[in-house]
Design a protein around this ligand. Structure first.
Ligand code: MG
Length: 383
């Protein structure tokens, strides 16, 4: 089936976009959302994703996913879905590529550690930090701080938000207080994130040897494709077999997502972005049966992979590294690189100081954090 040309009535369009915080002339030969996507690709935080952990720390192996390859996979899945549903592909791609920009080094353990350090100072949340990166932290343009992205891209980046933080975010936070939905393009990026990590974590988990095909065969989503691949190609080498299974799982999830969301949109009789935003629940979703299967896989990964003793050891080291960096800087600001000392100024109150230190730490790649830790705590290391 070829997707019908032209955008669906409930797609986000340039003409109805809520625009940028700092008005700019329209781009030539590009759409507004394309420009957002391009700005994200050219920003420093995007390049740093290459050396940030998804599950496995960068030095554990060259073939494991990093935040960068994860983000590219999310964008690939998101774009396929958006195109098939005649939605704004550029917007879905922009959101997908930016969704993890605020991640700390060392994946979720890094974020948990930094959040614990920031408890008295408003906490740390990677999702909110992604927005902070594109709104303030990138320093590239003469006319404004950050990347000055459109409202729709920023709305998509802010996937979740506490009511307290939402109240401080003005227009962008409103939907969390009013319990409204983001655009369909943002909803797609959200589900594509989950599809991407569930599947690549299976692949990386098997590659690392921390989980096995025999264990996964018990999980319905994997087991069904496993049986099929074995029947069709009994003599495949294991790596090819794994790839065949994973690609079929992704396909199953994506096709179901497109079919089910199309049905939901029809049932909701949505004819505009406003209809989508005002609907009581997301309209981009897998069918109940497939969602159940995804949850089963997610649960398996949580118990068998993310909680594996070797992953936990790395998690503990990550925690300690972030904690000790944060407290060393809080205790003595003069240990910070000069540009961060300048940002803090002479007499900033503790929460403002802590926030700038958190920005510095969150921006680090895994290897930069390891090196910085060595420089501060190993007397034999150069400073
Ligand atoms: Mg992600």
């Amino acid at each position: 089936m070829n997707p019908v040309a032209g955008l669906a009535p409930y797609a986000v369009r340039d003409e109805t976009s809520r625009g940028r915080q700092h008005p700019e002339p329209s781009p030539s030969y590009r759409s507004e959302m394309q420009r957002d996507r391009d700005r994200i690709i050219h920003c420093a935080a995007f390049r740093r994703l290459e050396y940030k952990t998804q599950v496995f720390v960068n030095h554990e192996g060259d073939l494991f996913r990093t935040r960068l390859t994860h983000s590219v996979e999310v964008a690939q899945i998101g774009r396929s879905v958006a195109r098939a549903m005649r939605l704004n592909e550029d917007l879905t791609e922009a959101i997908s590529l930016a969704h993890d920009l605020g991640h700390t080094p060392f994946g979720h353990s890094g974020q948990d550690a930094l959040n614990a350090c920031m408890r008295e100072f408003g906490g740390f949340e990677h999702n909110l930090q992604s927005l902070r990166v594109v709104d303030f932290l990138e320093e590239k343009y003469a006319g404004f701080p950050g990347l000055n992205l459109t409202f729709e891209t920023r709305e998509g980046i802010l996937k979740h938000c506490s009511p307290k933080n939402a109240a401080e975010l003005g227009e962008l936070g409103k939907r969390f207080l009013e319990k409204r939905q983001p655009s369909l393009e943002a909803q797609i990026a959200n589900v594509a994130d989950e599809i991407a990590y569930n599947n690549h974590d299976v692949d990386d988990g098997l590659r690392s040897g921390l989980i096995t095909i025999e264990q996964l065969a018990e999980i319905k989503l994997f087991g069904e494709q496993y049986a099929l691949v074995r029947r069709t190609y009994p003599d495949l080498p294991e790596r090819v077999q794994v790839h065949e299974i994973v690609r079929r799982m992704i396909n199953r999830l994506v096709v179901d997502l497109i079919d089910n969301s199309t049905l939901l949109l029809k049932e909701a009789a949505a004819t505009s972005v406003d209809d989508v935003r005002g609907y009581g629940r997301p309209l981009v979703a897998n069918s109940d049966a497939v969602r159940q299967q995804s949850l089963e896989l997610k649960q398996f990964l949580r118990e068998q992979l993310y909680a594996h003793y070797r992953v936990r050891r790395m998690t503990l080291k990550a925690h300690r590294t972030i904690e000790s960096l944060f407290s060393a800087f809080m205790d003595d600001l003069r240990l910070l690189p000069p540009q961060y000392q300048v940002k803090i100024g002479g007499s900033a109150p503790a929460p403002a100081r802590a926030r700038i230190i958190a920005d510095y730490i969150a921006g680090m790649t895994d290897r930069y954090a390891i090196r910085e830790h060595r420089r501060l705590f190993d007397p034999g290391a150069l400073t």
